[in-house]
Write a protein that binds this ligand. Structure first.
Ligand code: DGL
Length: 259
């Protein structure tokens, strides 16, 4: 067992959707969350830049004594997790678009994937898509501008609604019955997406699966904190703390940190 914290990072505030799932499943685990909002969005950057930012975030969390790191960002996972796993000794958990469950369950043989350019153009995404969705009509859509709006506190805005209407139209026209959320910022859009999509379309978000995997890897490595006591959860951003704070309950305090 280990009382060291779990480290979690994202290009910004979106990974808090993953933190929530982890905290719900593992309430005794201490956590440290880093939002690299100053450098968001990662999705339009080259692979090398994404790897370098992921190294910076990882080393910061290692210096804070983390026992395991959750890369709560599809873009960083699909571009940098192999490098991180090959470079550092501690376990890493990643997140990538959940194509497999959507491909296995679709009845209309058409699924939609909303993700960043960096995720959709990655070798890991092509591999997963080729493995599970070869005979399926996969409508890929880059969610350009969505992360920026969320990072600027415009989650509920006419601009957001307008972008989503444009991005969902080809998917609705292709009769998708599953929409895979391939970016950890997007779970915050679920109510708006539900409003805009036909009611039979199911939305797949991987937060709970990542939390279950985190628990399994902690157990496997003898790192689970079995002490039943309230946990300490630290949130740091190098952007505007109030935007991240608006996504969290007031008992969790977001601090500015230059990292
Ligand atoms: N939350 C990140 C992801 O899951 C957003 C990437 C970005 O900053 O563009 O991909």
């Amino acid at each position: 067992m280990s009382i060291q914290p779990i480290g979690i990072f994202d290009s910004g505030v979106g990974g808090t959707s993953i933190w929530k799932a982890i905290h719900t499943l593992l309430p005794y685990e201490d956590t440290i969350y880093l939002a690299d909002s100053f450098n968001a969005p990662y999705g339009q950057k080259e692979k090398e830049a994404i790897i370098n930012l992921s190294i910076k975030n990882t080393e910061h969390l290692i210096n804070k004594g983390c026992k395991l790191i959750v890369v709560a960002c599809n873009t960083a996972t699909t571009n940098a997790i192999d490098y991180l796993r090959n470079t550092y000794k501690l376990p890493f958990i990643g997140i990538e678009p959940a194509i497999k469950p959507a491909a296995l369950q679709t009845k209309s043989n058409a699924i939609g994937i909303l993700a960043t350019k960096g995720t959709l153009s990655s070798a890991l995404f092509s591999k997963t898509s080729g493995m599970f969705a070869n005979n399926i009509n996969v409508i890929e859509q880059v969610g350009e501008g969505i992360v920026e709006l969320i990072e600027n506190g415009k989650l509920q805005s006419d601009e957001m609604k307008g972008l989503l209407e444009i991005y969902l139209k080809p998917m609705i026209d292709a009769h998708i019955d599953y929409l895979v959320l391939g970016c950890t910022h997007y779970p915050y859009l679920i109510s708006l997406l539900t409003e805009l999509l036909p009611s039979h379309v199911k939305i797949i978000d991987s937060g709970e699966a990542v939390a279950r995997q985190t628990k399994a890897i902690l157990i496997k490595n003898n790192l689970l904190n079995t002490k039943a006591r309230p946990s300490k959860n630290c949130f740091y951003t190098n952007g505007n703390p109030s935007i991240m704070q608006s996504l969290l309950d007031s008992e969790f305090v977001v601090e500015y940190l230059n990292f």
